[in-house]
Ligand binder design. Structure first.
Ligand code: FES
Ligand code: FE
Length: 470
């Protein structure tokens, strides 16, 4: 078992770890927040990966889609929760559900399409069929082969334990003991509001562009999750993109408008595992980003004005990338996007990307943003290509028996100051000012301390530490 010591060298020579309490070493031994060291085993070890499926993915709230993907009765979108395929659908009464996409008879996927509309889901193997509310409604040879004795009410599709539609974003969990979604996110709600409200402040005023991007990357799912939660440090990776200038109107850095006259604030919620990178602007400089497109420029100017009226000082928060524990990342500014990093084995991640746009935006604005989003994000986006190079090579260079003896270093920015007095709005969580330090790793430390808690805690009773008065 490789236990991390203060030199970042794993004790013991076997390099074999499983993060399992049964051999006397808890996952907290692999994640040493105090010294800022994290064992590579948590990224590459197959046993740890298997344990994550049970401890993390079967208990967390996971993002599964947006209500605009299932607008009408019968609409469905085949999503994922961890390794499991799930069907997000709207039943005939208009109720949204999420079901395990696995037939109760012999496990066949009852829906093999990405999205569509269906009155029932008919299993292609032997023909059992399920209504859009999950009930088993059709069984071939019900009379002759089953003697009419099969109790159909007991054999419906397996449904998630809890589902929440928050401002159009849909999350679900398999754990009935998990706290409500709003309790799970706590004050992190601010960042979900910035993501899911219209740019003019309209509550839940977003929709997603039709179709989502999916691709597979050869790295552990935690690489992208931790990158989005707090990696301001990696701008060198995007040097070529910055030289080309892929801002909304071309010609500027990706984030010129946010940086101008801004205070950079990292925000971590270690008791929940979430985190976000932000700028607080003292003035409004974002409109200039759209100068080459008058229609878009005018639209954003109008939105900013509305937002200032509605939100006052809160409209000065320009939220950057963030990750909601464990694997939903997002960018609330343009390009507005949600990414989910589905685990596919210790060394593979299936990345899914949703792109959000204001429902009420004019057609020209939607088209302008669609083009910008494609050029920026996703497998063909210039920025994301840079990131994937790093994650993929970091993963493969970390899995050898020698490499995995050496811990990663998360010691950056341990003494950054709190939010300056008088700077508003006051951000929630552990908010530190990184303007002078440029980058820190507080958010990553928060993410991994929470990960270790999930890996070791037997139930939500121990995990809801904020309820236990800690
Ligand atoms: Fe679905 Fe047999 S596996 S009907
Ligand atoms: Fe990046």
């Amino acid at each position: 078992m490789a236990k991390v010591n203060s030199n970042g060298h794993a004790n013991g020579s076997s390099g074999k770890t499983n993060g399992n309490k049964s051999d006397g070493l808890a996952s907290s031994n692999l994640v040493d927040i105090q010294s800022g060291l994290i064992s590579r085993e948590i990224f590459v070890d197959d046993d740890i990966y298997q344990r994550e499926q049970e401890q993390v993915f079967a208990r967390s709230w996971l993002f599964i889609g947006h209500e605009s993907q299932v607008e009408k009765p019968g609409d469905y979108f085949v999503s994922r929760m961890g390794e499991e395929s799930v069907i997000l659908c709207r039943d005939r009464e208009g109720q949204i559900h999420a079901f395990l996409n696995s037939c109760r008879h012999r496990g066949m996927k009852v829906c093999r399409y990405d999205e569509g509309n269906a009155p029932v889901f008919t299993c292609p193997y032997h023909g059992w069929s399920y209504a859009t509310d999950g009930k088993l409604v059709g069984v071939p040879y019900f009379k002759s082969a089953y003697d009419q004795k099969l109790d159909k009410s007991q054999w419906g599709l397996v449904e998630v334990a809890q589902l929440c539609n928050y401002k159009g974003g849909i999350w679900a969990t398999w754990d009935g003991e998990a706290p409500s979604f709003l309790d799970y996110i706590g004050d992190y709600k601010l960042f979900m509001d910035l993501l899911l409200d219209g740019w003019d402040g309209t509550e839940g005023g977003t929709e997603v562009f039709g179709g989502i991007e999916k691709w597979s990357i050869p790295c552990n799912w935690k690489f992208p999750s931790e990158n989005f939660i707090g990696d301001r440090y990696h701008n060198i990776s995007h040097r070529s993109v910055d030289l080309v200038g892929i801002g909304p109107s071309g010609g500027q850095r990706r984030d010129t408008q946010e940086r101008a006259g801004a205070v950079a604030m990292d925000v971590s919620f270690p008791e929940r595992g979430h985190g976000s990178l932000n700028f607080i602007r003292t003035d409004d400089t974002s409109i200039g980003a759209y100068q080459h497109s008058p229609v878009v420029s005018e639209y954003f100017a109008y939105c900013e004005e509305q937002r200032r009226k509605l939100w006052g000082k809160r409209s000065r928060v320009v939220a950057g990338p963030g990750t909601m524990f464990p694997n939903m990342s997002f960018l609330p500014r343009q390009p507005r996007t949600i990414a989910v990093w589905h685990p596919d084995g210790a060394g593979r991640t299936e990345a899914w990307r949703w792109f959000l746009v204001d429902k009420a935006a004019p057609k020209e604005v939607k088209e302008f943003l669609r083009q910008y989003y494609i050029r920026y994000s996703g497998p063909a986006g210039l920025t994301e290509q840079d990131d994937m190079e790093n994650w993929n090579y970091a993963h493969s260079a970390s899995k050898g028996v020698i490499a995995r003896r050496y811990a990663y270093n998360y010691q950056m920015g341990r003494n950054f100051p709190a939010q300056p007095e008088g700077l508003e709005p006051k951000l929630p969580g552990q908010a530190v000012d990184v303007t002078k330090g440029v980058a820190g790793e507080q958010n990553q430390r928060g993410f991994y301390s929470r990960w270790a808690e999930f890996m070791d805690a037997p139930s939500w009773k121990e995990l809801a530490t904020w309820k236990n008065g800690k």
